[in-house]
Design a protein around this ligand. Structure first.
Ligand SMILES: N[C@@H](CCC(=O)N[C@@H](CS)C(=O)NCC(=O)O)C(=O)O
Length: 212
């Protein structure tokens, strides 16, 4: 019995869902609204004391932090390996996961996507100063990931890895902004990878309901 606690709009929840889908693991997505008035529900704080999503449970074993969940999903279940056996390729995968957490999420999602796409959709003005200051870091992130990406179809070459599962939700949102669309044009490996991953069943099956 596998349960993932969170909301389908969350990029981190989608990373975990992509790994579960690619691994072929059945799970329930248990809805949690961390942005509820009054803060995250108290039972969720018991599962995730920082009030973030996702949280995860498998046969009574509870876990949070998406990087840990992704590795657990790969190692605890049968299905295709989502981590390279080769030690250098695995290190490269872990490096990409760290870049995504430390740099891509705050910059591409909060600095640009939320300002340009989500706020506009909600009828709110974008913070142009915030976007302009994120753009310099976004250029570094895109050129770095482009430099680390191998010839496809996946980020690390022939094997789909946790790096793909974690990168796709962030890069797909970034690509929805005009800034992201333009910047990704200068990164042919990343663009081809993103376009190709978007055709996978796991991508379609994990689409946020507000994007279907
Ligand atoms: N370090 C956490 C980060 C997860 C995270 O930031 N999730 C976002 C949604 S994509 C969240 O819960 N945001 C709620 C908040 O910041 O209040 C992880 O890896 O699981």
């Amino acid at each position: 019995m596998v349960e993932l606690f969170g909301a389908d709009y969350s990029v981190y929840v989608r990373s975990a869902r992509l790994a579960l889908a690619e691994k072929g693991v059945d799970y329930s997505l248990v809805p949690v609204d961390v942005f509820a008035t009054g803060g995250p529900p108290s039972d969720h704080l018991d599962r995730q004391p920082f009030g973030k999503i996702p949280a995860f449970r498998h046969d009574g074993f509870s876990l949070y932090e998406t990087g840990a969940i992704l590795r657990y999903v790969d190692e605890a279940f049968t299905g295709p390996d989502l981590q390279p056996r080769d030690v250098q390729a695995r290190a490269r995968m872990n490096q990409i996961l760290s870049i995504l957490d430390a740099h891509a999420y705050p910059t591409l999602v909060w600095g640009i996507y939320v300002e340009r796409v989500a706020k506009t959709r909600d009828g709110l003005p974008a913070d142009e100063v915030k976007i302009a200051s994120a753009m310099g870091r976004a250029r570094t992130i895109v050129s770095t990931l482009e430099g680390l990406a191998q010839d496809g179809p996946f980020l690390l070459g022939q094997q789909l890895t946790l790096a793909d599962c974690h990168a796709v939700p962030m890069l797909a949102l970034f690509h929805e902004s005009e800034e992201g669309e333009l910047l990704l044009r200068s990164a042919p490996r990343l663009s081809d990878w993103l376009m190709s991953f978007r055709t996978r069943d796991s991508f379609t099956a994990t689409k946020p309901t507000d994007q279907s």
